[in-house]
Each structure stands twice: as C-alpha cells, then as structure tokens.
Design a protein. Structure first.
Length: 69
C-alpha cells in the first residue's frame, strides 16, 4: 500500500516506507549535494540510510549552490 509524504511542499506517494538514502536514489539526487530536513529536523548525512520515511512525513531538500562574484 502506498504512503503519502510531503516533499518540498508537494504531496507525493511512495510504495512503502523507505530510507532517506533510498528516496534520494529514486530522485537521482546525490546525498553530498543536499541537506535533508525531516519533520523540521535536519538529518545528518551518516543517518540517511538508517532514517526511515513514514506516512505523512514532511521532507525538505535544501540544495546549496555556489556562485556570485
């Protein structure tokens, strides 16, 4: 059964509970270029594999970009 989650303000469905690392892989996002916030808490990169996303979780992907003068 699919579960509903919110990613950057947009409702999405995933097939089952998965780790943050698995979600990043599905989205083709390299873990080293993103900070992940889960339900208002920033998750350490070393915890991406062990942190499981569940029904109604709110996820924010924050990307840091270089640039400027």
């Amino acid at each position: 059964m699919a579960i509903k989650i919110l990613i950057n303000g947009k409702e999405e469905q995933i097939e089952q509970e998965i780790s943050i690392l698995e979600l990043l892989k599905k989205k083709n996002i390299r873990p080293e270029v993103v900070t992940v916030e889960l339900n208002g808490k920033i998750i350490n990169r070393q915890d991406y594999q062990s942190t499981v996303i569940k029904e109604n979780d709110v996820i924010e992907f924050v990307f840091f970009m270089g640039g400027g003068n």
